[in-house]
Design a protein around this ligand. Structure first.
Ligand code: GTP
Ligand code: SPV
Ligand code: MN
Length: 587
């Protein structure tokens, strides 16, 4: 099936271990899609949605115990535990293999083993990387077909002698007690068992394109980040690309597809990617980014024509919906979608929806999978082999308090500090408590494949390599008032912060210096036509020195928890900011 001896031998080995009924090499064709869809409709793994309104769209209902990433069962298995760092769960590689291999024994009996060769990144890009996922889940095959570039061209890339990541996946028995997501960065290998959910099972995505790739990027001098990539075109026709890191379910897909408010006539927004960016320093000294993915695996709840019309317009055809509810017409439904709530709904578990008894109709982490090419705002540059040049990097979290709407870092080093110290409230994208503030540096807490101390040193090293790096900013769309209401309208109106950011990159736009960064001077943020209380607006742009003084203590304690590899530069940043805050408090 392949001329690549290493690949052929690995498939043989896995097949001997897992003992499938048959082995199928995926080519990504329409015929293959149709065949797998039929199989899954027959088995009940897929359910037909309304073919008139949602052609070629299907619903998948997960096992209720398997609806999100499982961070406590995700491991980075480097030889030295210090290389994985306190930010990861660690197991020695030999122990990890010994732990999971028995779970794979005969796990594919009676099933088909699918071999999925895939490419992360545009065809012909020097930055694209290959992988092969072996799985027994046809749901994974159909999703990978949308999310990555699978089939022959990817296989040719491997057969041409390029290295590839080996990912072994089985849904196993879906028992959370026998679920492990293991990464072996030194072997370019992933072993995932016991889950069929996106981030645990679509191995090209978080496992390869972030955990393994971040570790490769460190050795090779580039960056693999949990970032959207978006192009902002001004009425004059000039496009600035921005990369933004927000934690899971904190607004990347939405910002990547933003539709500017009416006051921004002539502005256009172009989507390059919504979740992952691979960035390389170009010969010109600029940072260039590609989106390694080809599709969106996005959060359904909250998505509507009002909040994200581009996304809604991409979703109506050729999409897989996971854990959404359906109405009587077999159309997908979720909390926050347009229109009146239908009287009768079937919830994500297939039960009659009775809010008092069964809770939300769609799971809060219900997702859609759709090809990026269907998005009306998909950028013509999205498949550019060299990527797009990044003017600004934005970090952001979900903070109901403390963090202002937007601030600019003083310089690269301070920007790295802003990213390294960011915090966010946890969401339904991972199992566990929701709404708890935790440090999520660069939105990479669950995804950095190595020690955060080394990771920040790697980020800092770029500051010494180029004078043309992007400016760094921090945003927060999620500040709440005393009644628990969002103070900032968000979504399309985030364009107002983006405009200020782009102005700043061009040496325009006024700012006010605070101890934690530069915030917009009140007249420099375009809020024309915005219905917002002036007190709220002031609160959104101000820094509470007392709150931030406390924040710095927490950041320093967090750095302590990461240990001795934390770069001295970041400690020094904390010290300087603390001093400035104390001076302000004393004044
Ligand atoms: P992952 O796919 O998990 O990485 O998430 P993401 O970062 O792409 O988040 P996404 O854009 O899907 O948004 C997650 C949730 O936040 C959705 O329910 C959105 O409707 C909501 N959201 C996104 N942007 C905003 C915003 O500006 N303001 C408010 N209030 N909510 C937002
Ligand atoms: C996230 O959780 O950040 C996602 C979804 O983008 S998953 O693919 O499950 O990681
Ligand atoms: Mn994500």
């Amino acid at each position: 099936m392949t001329k690549n001896v290493e690949l052929a031998e690995w498939v043989d080995q896995v097949s001997a271990l897992t003992n499938p009924d048959q082995v199928h090499w995926c080519n990504g064709s329409v015929a293959e899609h149709d065949h797998l869809t039929e199989l899954m409709l027959a088995s009940g793994e897929l359910i037909n949605l309304n073919a008139q309104t949602h052609p070629n769209c299907y619903l998948h209902r997960s096992n209720p115990d398997d609806v999100a990433r499982v961070e406590h069962l995700t491991f980075v298995c480097s030889t030295d535990s210090q290389d994985a760092g306190p930010n990861n769960n660690w197991m020695a590689p030999a122990d990890a293999h010994a732990k999971v291999d028995p779970l794979f024994a005969n796990c594919m009996q009676g099933r088909t083993l699918y071999v999925i060769p895939y490419l992360m990144g545009p065809y012909g890009s020097p930055f694209a990387r290959a992988g092969v996922e072996i799985t027994d889940s046809p749901y994974v095959v159909l999703n990978m077909r949308i999310m990555a570039r699978i089939g022959e061209r990817a296989l040719h890339h491997i057969e041409a002698g390029n290295s590839f990541v080996k990912g072994l996946h089985s849904i196993g028995d879906l028992d959370p007690e026998r679920r492990y997501i293991m990464h072996f960065p030194e072997e370019l290998m992933i072993k995932s068992i016991g889950s069929g959910y996106g981030g645990n099972a679509l191995l090209g995505k978080k496992c390869h394109a972030l955990r393994i790739a971040s570790s490769q990027a460190r050795t090779e001098g580039w960056l693999a980040e949990h970032m959207l990539i978006v192009g902002i075109e001004s009425p004059a026709g000039e496009t600035h690309y921005v990369a933004a890191a927000f934690p899971s379910a904190c607004g990347k897909t939405n910002l990547a597809m933003l539709v500017p408010p009416a006051e921004f006539e002539g502005w256009k927004v172009w989507t390059v990617g919504d979740d992952i960016a691979w960035m390389h320093l170009g010969e010109d000294g600029q940072l260039w980014a590609i989106n390694p993915e080809a599709g969106f695996f996005g959060v359904a709840p909250g998505t509507s024509l009002k909040t994200n019309p581009n996304c809604m317009n991409a979703l109506g055809r050729n999409a897989i919906y996971t854990n959404v509810a359906v109405n009587e017409e077999m159309q997908p439904w979720w909390e926050g979608i347009d229109g009146e709530k239908p009287a009768v709904l079937t919830d994500w578990q297939g039960r009659k929806h009775e809010p008092q008894v069964t809770g939300a109709a769609a799971h809060p982490n219900a997702r859609f999978t759709v090809s990026a090419s269907q998005c009306p705002s998909y950028s013509a540059e999205a498949n550019s082999p060299k990527g797009v040049p990044i003017s600004a990097i934005i970090f952001g979290g979900r903070r109901s308090t403390a963090a202002p709407l937007v601030f600019e870092a003083f310089d690269w080093e301070h920007g790295v500090f802003a990213g390294a110290s960011m915090a966010s409230e946890t969401t339904a994208a991972a199992t566990g408590a929701v709404g708890q503030v935790r440090r999520d540096p660069m939105a990479m807490k669950p995804f950095c494949g190595y020690n955060f101390g080394d990771y920040w040193a790697h980020w800092l090293s770029f500051g010494k390599k180029s004078e043309k790096l992007p400016k760094i900013f921090h945003v927060n769309w999620f500040r709440k008032d005393d009644d628990g209401k969002f103070m900032w309208p968000g979504f399309g109106d985030n364009m107002r912060a983006l405009e200020w950011i782009i102005n700043r990159c061009q040496g325009k736009g006024e700012s006010v210096k605070t101890p934690i960064g530069l915030v917009p001077e009140s007249n420099s943020l375009n809020i024309a036509g915005l219905d917002i209380d002036s007190g709220d607006m002031q609160a959104l742009l101000s820094i509470d020195a007392k709150v931030w003084r406390q924040e710095i203590d927490e950041i320093e304690a967090y750095f302590d928890s990461i240990g001795e590899r934390v770069p001295a530069e970041l400690r020094e940043q904390a010290r300087k900011i603390k001093l400035a805050l104390e001076q302000q408090l004393a004044a």
